[in-house]
Design a protein around this ligand. Structure first.
Ligand SMILES: [Fe+2]
Length: 193
């Protein structure tokens, strides 16, 4: 694989990553957990911004057109909701979805993403493409930061044994935090200047 192929793989993975966070945002909105939905709306926007930067990086550094390649669709929202009406969902099922998505889906996703990006960086280094290697290195730091935030959150949730009153109570605060962070993304400044 040459550098363009490696960066195109990175682009494909980011397209899926945006999809992953969009699914989880929809799922938590459906479950009336607006703070968790806000968390994933922020990640969706942040990773979409990165996907745009990846495309820009490829165009500006290699001159070649790179089409978006989608590797299947993410169907987490569909899998968990499967035609259930949200006013009919049993409380234990609701809690189970919350646990599964945090402990399993989210952590597994980010772990897999991190090792895929590390592999891409390693190959870029082997090719001697230091500029691209540094570019991917910054992405790796961001993903590692996200994974650390998720792991901390899961430890906190496990610490109070997935207590629903506490989960409900934290939604408003998380919505505030991620509303601010979304506003700080400044897409125009980041992409157009
Ligand atoms: Fe992510």
């Amino acid at each position: 694989m040459n550098a363009i192929d490696l960066l195109n793989t990175l682009n494909s993975k980011y397209l899926s990553a945006v999809d992953f966070h969009r699914n989880l945002s929809d799922l938590y909105t459906w479950l009336s957990l607006e703070g968790y939905a806000a968390w994933h709306s922020y990640q969706m926007a942040d990773e979409l911004l990165m996907q745009r930067k990846i495309k820009k990086f490829i165009a500006e550094n290699y001159n070649m057109p790179v089409p978006d390649v989608y590797n299947g669709s993410v169907d987490i929202f569909e899998n968990y909701t499967s035609n259930l009406s949200r006013d009919k969902i049993p409380a234990d099922r609701r809690l189970d979805i919350i646990k599964q998505t945090w402990e399993k889906d989210y952590i597994d996703w980010e772990n897999a993403a991190l090792s895929a990006y590390e592999d891409i960086a390693k190959r870029l280094l082997e090719l001697g493409d230091i500029v691209a290697f540094n570019f991917v290195g910054r992405i790796i730091s961001e993903v590692a930061g996200e994974l650390a935030r998720v792991k901390n959150k899961v430890i906190e949730l496990q610490g109070h044994e997935w207590d629903m009153p506490q989960i409900t109570a934290e939604q408003l605060e998380l919505t505030d935090i991620y509303s601010k962070r979304l506003n700080e993304l400044r897409f125009g400044d980041e992409l157009l200047r």
